[in-house]
Design a protein around this ligand. Structure first.
Ligand code: HEC
Length: 209
């Protein structure tokens, strides 16, 4: 219900105070009537009639329409859903493991080429960069949704950043090695990439529930 409209406190003539009382009555009818469609309509008509006579009596017009307007519900700002954030993060991270699978196929001589290894390194690097740029918002640790991110991620954020940056460096070396086109050149950098994954998981990841 809207606020009760009160007449301004100004010295009024006898006639005007009469019309002010009349307006208050019109307002009260609107306030107290139950708001089913029909009663509201009737109340509105009655209030309009009263309002009209109030005007006739020389009072300022009553804002009947404003009094009758239902309060608009205020929609609260929607907070980002941590469960969705976690799912999106894990989907993003799985791009890294898919890239690692391709690298594995190269190592096992199962069709992937040195060029594929280079492309995979680029994919991993892109995700590693996102890891410290939005993929781990506060409130998405183990215990929330199906997160496998230990609280240490946020408690030791600098260390976490360092682990991500180690992975970025390792993938840069792998990209450079793959660019030579030589299968021998990528062996050592591939191992370094795998170690960078493991080094971060050791501290910051728990197998997800
Ligand atoms: C900077 C730290 C860090 C690095 C580096 C890192 N990870 Fe992770 N990884 C995590 C964390 C933390 C989680 C848990 C995320 C979650 O469950 O929300 C995770 C989860 C995963 C998951 C599970 C995803 C899922 O579907 O739940 C896979 C697979 C994975 N990482 C693979 C890798 C691979 C492959 C690499 C290296 C190419 C890598 N990670 C490098 C921190 C890291």
């Amino acid at each position: 219900m809207g606020e009760r409209i009160t007449s301004p406190v100004v010295p009024v003539s006898r006639n005007r105070s009469m019309s002010a009382a009349c307006m208050t009555l019109a307002g009260k009818i609107l306030m107290t009537t139950k708001k089913t469609a029909i009663t509201l309509l009737l109340a509105l008509l009655l209030a309009l009639l009263l309002g009209a006579s109030c005007i006739f009596l020389g009072a300022p017009p009553v804002e009947t329409s404003r009094a009758a307007e239902p309060a608009r519900p205020v929609e609260p700002a929607r907070a980002a859903d941590p469960t969705v954030q976690i799912e999106e993060r894990q989907r993003e991270i799985r791009k890294m493991s898919a890239a690692m699978l391709i690298i594995g196929r190269f190592l096992k001589n199962e069709g992937a080429t040195v060029a594929d290894v280079g492309t995979s390194a680029d994919i991993i690097r892109a995700v590693a960069a996102k890891m410290v740029d939005g993929l781990f918002p506060q409130g998405t640790e183990v215990g929330v949704g199906r997160s496998g991110a230990r609280p240490e991620v946020w408690q030791q954020w600098d260390m976490f950043r360092e682990r991500a940056s180690d992975l970025i460096k390792a993938t840069l070396q792998l990209t450079a090695a793959a660019a030579t086109g030589k299968a021998e050149a990528v062996q050592t950098p591939i191992r370094a990439v795998g170690q960078a994954c493991a080094a971060c998981h050791e501290l910051f990841r728990r197998k997800r529930p």
